[in-house]
Design a protein around this ligand. Sequence first.
Ligand code: GLN
Length: 492
Amino acid sequence: MNLENKSACYLFRLLKQGKISAIEILKDCKERFQERDHELNAFVATSWKRAEKKAKKIDEIRKTGEEIPPLSGIPVAIKDNVARLRDSLTCCSNFLADFYPGYSATVVERLERAGAIIIGRTNMDEMAMGSTTETSAFFPTRNPHNLHRVPGGSSGGSAAAVGGGIVPLALGSETGGSIRQPASFCGVYGLRPTYGRISRFGLVAYASSLDQVGPFAADLDDLWLVFCQLAGRDERDPTTVAGKKLQRGGENFNPPSLRVALPREYIEKVEDKEIIKRLEQVCGSLEQAGVKIEEVSLIDPAKALAAYSVIATAEASSNLARFDGIRFGPEPDGVHNWEDFIRKSRTEGFGDEVKNRIALGALLLSSAYREDYYDRALMVREVIREELEDLWQRFDLVLSPATPTTAFELGSGREVSLQKYLSDILAIPGSLAGMPAISLPAGLNEDGLPLGLQVMGPKWSEPLLLDFAEFISQITGFGAEVEFRAEGGSRS
Ligand code: GLN
């Protein structure tokens, strides 16, 4: 049986019916990896032996007739900033080149408990700082739609692994755009959950008040399935919340009752005319289906980006203080005191992007600047949050493009370029406010590059975001560019 590009839900069904084995699914996945990853460079490490052991175990359990959990046998990739016991964890930084964590992240435990088979760790911008995956200390990842383009970042490896058809599901992380932007560049779905929905325990911190783990998928049922396994209260992350509904609308989902806001200031930020045209086309189809769409005015996202740059770097300088060369990192030679030791190990261990952010963050938190920058950024964040909370009194969802451009040329990411920082601009307001948002593929442009849209909703509205994304796919025919489909031809 050809298992190429089959959705996780479909593979699970076949497995449950005994039509295929977990070992066969894994073998197929390994073939795709061997065929494609030497070009994409989406993975920094693989764990085929461990994966095989687990697949065998699942096959044994299934044969006994015992119930198997819903991700059984499904190959999944995880971003290299998520801890897994006995796997290396590098955050694609030389600083952590030899680090093996002594525990697994809650998200990894939950994936494994649900039967998922983790096949490897994906490339990322160093310490999740970047938008191209080129600040990785190891190598850049390439976009599956065009090998001369970036996959986006910082979760570029995960987006490319799904977009390139190697795995149906992958985990990424977002501080300000690192799931949605690469999902959009690689033509797949990416979900940033509500802050507090999914545990951050075992995720290496960048900016803790913003960081979230979230999934990539090529199929919305798959995205929902993995999201449900990950969501929920975790004692080890006190910001997680219990008991929020995980229920899709089903028959009660009624598109004509939806009020959708289209923020003018977001659309003005879009440079690529084809993205605007695609948005208009999708809006036209939605209106025809009875959805009410209204243009609104919201705070300029450039202001959100400015506040984000201050808050994220300030928190990063504090979080990354633990990388001192003593507990982790390269041991420098020829040093005579602690200060030298720390300075030298940080100088050797971190790349320029990370150093710049630590330095900037430390400066912004110093007594001379704190009030003018950090405190004011927190105020801007609060105003943005209040504005969005107000908006939910009148609207159910916000629709916009996901990014101002399509994937840019490979090679630009190691320079400090404004375009790189601006590529997250439409994702940032939601991040600051802790609201969930989904990035959804909306076809290709004339050069064959994916175009992406974004839907944001109030806290805990992930079920509605997925219902709406599915509805858009149904009425427009747009979906992930690599089809992980149920059966030949039709998406499901
Ligand atoms: N590109 C943004 C940054 O570098 C977002 C990173 C992220 O979400 N992890 O800060």
